[in-house]
Write a protein that binds this ligand. Structure first.
Ligand SMILES: Cc1ncc(COP(=O)(O)O)c(C=O)c1O
Length: 351
């Protein structure tokens, strides 16, 4: 049936669940939910729409008011789309090490991007956003604590999963966490409606905050009071900031997490590359990392199990990162051989 959308915002969500055919072990049904199908290419489009519409409804966000958030990128890109469509100016604070494509994308969508020092990490960009919001009377979306974030996932992501697996087995659901919005919002629905589904959470091997069992210091509003002691820098942009976000802590406190897995960076990169080369699924580093976790789950699952793995964003956001470090811009020896195998249109190469 034909369908016309009233605005780009109506295209958020309803992402496809896709079967893995070449990388799944035999006798395991492995599926991925590809969040790159969201209009701006990541799971964060859901959060962006959810928090802005909740704040409009509550009256916290006034027409034309500036929106501000601290974000490693995808939330800013999603917010930039929502703010462009709805006419809110947007300012984003972002720590220096995150990829340059992300900054440029946000600016292309009309946002202002304020870069904070690398040494101050996630905590620094959050502090800057809070300060700017207080000073200028801007609306701070507070992605790490805002209940509208998991609420959106309970209303959309979780419902989509429930519908897509209605009448079918779903033994494991595998995710990572950035804010924990996906985790909290989906886990509480699965725990209630699909108690048969085991919830598995992945985190970087270099920043095993949940695995460590060490608690997070918090301010009275739930925001982090200090960096978590076991956190170390890792390349999984969008996962595990240098603190356990309140929403992630809430999800842990629900007591419904079956297992926490630590994922090495090299495994994450390899899985992202394998998904592209062997399944034609082009996704980012945290998707590779979650998929690496899903493969570990598959290795231990009994025959005939069904596993669903979240893939949070598109690979196009990582061209300047280590994910593409080994992808050459010039022709390789093999490509040159192909070129030289017929006479026409050969490049004149120096030397
Ligand atoms: C690339 C990427 N992966 C995973 C996530 C995790 O999503 P959530 O914030 O819902 O925990 C995010 C967002 O933080 C992200 O940008």
């Amino acid at each position: 049936m034909g369908h016309r959308y009233a605005s780009i915002l109506e295209t958020v969500g309803n992402t496809p669940v896709v079967r893995i055919n070449n990388l799944a072990p035999p006798e395991i049904e492995l599926y991925v939910k590809i969040e790159a199908f969201n209009p701006l290419g990541s799971v964060k489009d859901r959060l962006a729409l959810g928090v802005i519409e909740a704040a409009e409804k509550s009256g916290e966000l006034k027409p034309g008011q500036t929106v501000i958030e601290a974000t490693s990128g995808n939330t800013g890109i999603g917010l930039a789309m929502v703010c462009a469509q709805k006419g809110y100016p947007l300012v984003v604070t972002m720590a220096e090490p995150f990829s340059v494509e992300r900054r440029k994308l946000m600016r292309f969508l009309g946002a202002k991007v304020v870069i904070t020092p690398a040494a101050e990490r996630g905590m620094g960009m959050v502090k800057k956003a809070v300060e700017l919001a207080e000073t200028h009377g801007w609306f701070l979306t507070r992605q790490f604590e805002n209940e509208a974030n998991p609420d959106m996932h309970s209303r959309t992501t979780a419902r989509e999963i429930i519908d897509d697996f209605a009448g079918a087995p779903l033994d494991y659901w595998v995710t990572g966490f950035g804010t924990g919005g996906t985790l909290k919002g989906v886990a509480r629905v699965l725990a209630k409606e699909r108690p048969d589904t085991k919830i598995v959470v992945c985190e970087p091997d270099d920043a095993p905050m949940l695995s460590s069992g060490q608690s997070q210091r918090r301010n009275p509003d739930g925001s982090a009071g200090a960096a978590h002691p076991v956190w170390k820098p890792h390349p999984m942009q969008g996962w595990s900031p240098d603190f356990i976000p309140k929403l992630t802590g809430d999800a842990v406190d629900l007591g419904v997490i079956h297992k926490i897995l630590r994922i090495a960076s090299a495994e994450a990169m390899r899985c992202s590359q394998d998904l592209a080369k062997k399944e034609g699924i082009f996704v980012g580093i945290t998707s590779g990392a979650t998929f690496a976790g899903a493969l570990k789950v598959c290795a231990e699952a009994s025959k005939g199990s069904t596993v669903l793995c979240m893939l949070p964003d598109t690979g196009e956001r990582y061209l300047s990162t280590p994910l593409f470090a080994e992808i050459p811009a010039d022709m390789t020896a093999e490509e040159l051989d192909i070129s030289r195998s017929t006479p026409s249109s050969q490049l004149a190469l120096a030397g």
